[in-house]
Write a protein that binds this ligand. Structure first.
Ligand code: MG
Length: 159
């Protein structure tokens, strides 16, 4: 059995007038993430981890922000396309794990919903999808609530 690991990172600005969507789950918050797609920073970091595990480039190469097709795109749809690419090459997800860095809102009550929506789109069990949340203790751009960031890893296996 072969194994591959990948990591991903993303950050988006918090702005008024945008919905806040993390892991495909809409959160109540006065600010949302700015971006060409729905700016789901958690799903974007996971996509880069999956692509990175197979050295397939990055999210910007697969879904260029200047392409009108991805305007306000549902990032879970992009994740579905990426997992299809992974499976076409004969690989399966062992697990993915992510940590979202956000000062506010409090994410804990919605973590299970995020795990379920990501697992459904990846075609894996929720226990193969780790999602954690941390604040940045008021430090840096995430600590000042200028944005939300996410770090992710993905482990793939090929039988
Ligand atoms: Mg992004």
């Amino acid at each position: 059995m072969q194994l591959r690991i990948g990591n991903g990172y993303d950050i988006h600005r918090l702005v008024p007038g945008r919905p806040l969507i993390l892991g495909g789950v809409r959160l109540e918050h006065p600010l949302g993430l700015d971006g060409h797609s729905d700016a789901d920073v958690l799903v974007h970091a996971l996509i880069d981890a999956l692509l990175g595990a197979l050295s397939l480039g990055d999210i910007g190469g697969h879904f260029p922000p200047e392409d009108p097709r991805w305007k306000d795109a549902d990032s879970l749809e992009l994740l579905a396309q990426v997992i299809a690419l992974v499976r076409e090459r004969g690989w399966e997800v062992v697990n993915v794990d992510a940590v979202v860095v956000a000062e506010r809102p409090r994410l804990k009550p919605r973590i299970e919903a995020m795990r379920a929506s990501i697992a459904a789109r990846l075609g894996v069990e929720p226990d193969q999808v780790g999602v954690k949340a941390t604040t940045n203790e008021g430090l840096g751009p995430t600590g000042r609530e200028e944005g939300i960031a996410c770090h992710a890893v993905a482990l793939l296996q090929k039988p």
